[in-house]
Design a protein around this ligand. Structure first.
Ligand code: COA
Length: 337
């Protein structure tokens, strides 16, 4: 017989508080098209984006994260010392190591919480919520903080008409903790590495710096995207993932109040809603119009906006569906805090 005693956690987990940070610089389409051959009309028709926000120099990944996290912790009604783990989903922290999560945990005043970054691009926040929920239920933590944060303006080629109008900056955070009933449903997640090249950093760091036999490019390795195949994949396959998350949580469409898909393109959001046959009374997040695609931050920011606007109420049942580079995806049903 094993001499070890196992960890035991809370029977159930919940999102206890959500917070967001939106950078101060509002960038309308008219400013983006100055560097690309495009128009405000085309961008609005094809993506639904009217404006986005790009961070000013002082709005760093860490600064935006801490601000969003403080709001989430405050709304959860706990103190920073009660956070046992900080998970930061990001692809735009500019140091390969260490993780930005440790600096964030320290600045927040957690009691030396475990802290690490995860890289699952636009699906990162929902991956983090899944991990946090399992940690709470498994007994590894009392409370976990999940942050989705990006400064994609640092990684975007402002002269690339396929991406310049899409990507944006911001941070969203959620406190995950114990619950007396299930308020985070089972995750449905996966990846399709066959489509690894559809959205990716153009060059790796050795191509930038150079190797003994090859000179480097010496320029920022920007994000590149083959938009149309991603668009078709997301519109078709992600509705099925959303439906599977509902099924696994035992929630019927009739019990769903709120739909918060990754904010990548308004037409993808509409296609998913149509394909899932969502009734009109289900409120749908449409933060993309004002915020652009903030990757890992998009779902918590969109949910926060709905809560602030009274479109999502405490106790509502919400479906989250996230997808992006990898390709990677994750979806779960949660109760709105
Ligand atoms: N402005 C004006 N015209 C543009 C343009 C721009 N910024 N970008 C492309 N076009 C043109 C193309 O040249 C093409 O012209 P053509 O028909 O004369 O050849 C036409 O518009 C259609 O291009 P296409 O790439 O097929 O457009 P689309 O309908 O797929 O829309 C995106 C482009 C990027 C908006 C869309 O593909 C998309 O949102 N993809 C998914 C993004 C996403 O979900 N990312 C995942 C998570 S990060």
């Amino acid at each position: 017989m094993s001499p070890l005693s196992g960890a035991t956690g809370s029977q159930h987990a919940a999102i206890l508080g959500i917070g967001g940070y939106r950078p101060s610089r509002v960038i309308p389409n008219s400013e983006v098209i100055a560097a690309i051959d495009s128009s405000d009309e085309w961008i609005q028709q094809r993506s639904g984006i009217r404006q986005r926000r790009w961070a000013a120099p002082h709005e760093t990944v860490q600064m935006m994260s801490v601000d969003a996290a403080r709001k989430a912790i405050d709304r959860a009604g706990i103190s920073a010392e009660q956070i046992d783990c900080v998970i930061v989903a990001t692809v735009s922290h500019m140091l390969q190591t260490p993780a930005v999560a440790t600096a964030i945990a320290h600045e927040l005043g957690t009691n030396k919480a475990a802290a690490f970054d995860i890289s699952a691009a636009c699906a990162g926040f929902c991956h983090g919520v899944a991990l946090a929920s399992d940690m709470v239920r498994g007994g590894s933590v009392g409370h976990a903080l999940v942050i989705g944060v990006e400064r994609l303006s640092d990684l975007t080629d402002l002269h690339d008409r396929g991406t310049a109008f899409i990507f944006a900056d911001g941070a969203g955070a959620a406190v995950v903790g114990p619950s007396d009933e299930p308020r985070i449903g089972p995750v449905v997640w996966g990846s399709d590495g066959e489509q690894f090249d559809l959205i990716r950093q153009k060059e790796d760091w050795r191509d930038v710096v150079g190797t003994p036999d090859r000179p480097g490019t010496g320029t920022m390795p920007h994000l590149m995207m083959q938009g149309n195949p991603v668009f078709r994949w997301a519109s078709y396959a992600m509705a099925k993932i959303g439906q599977q998350a509902l099924d696994r949580a035992g929630v019927s469409i009739d019990d769903l109040d709120v739909f918060v898909p990754h904010q990548a393109n308004m037409r993808i959001i509409d296609a998913m809603a149509r394909s899932m046959k969502l009734p009109e009374r289900v409120r749908i997040a449409r933060d993309i119009a004002e915020q652009g695609n903030t990757s890992a931050a998009s779902i918590p920011l969109a949910l926060e906006r709905m809560i602030d606007d009274g479109e999502a109420r405490s106790g509502d049942t919400a479906l989250l569906v996230a997808f992006g580079a990898g390709l990677a995806y994750a979806a779960q049903v949660v109760t709105v805090p």
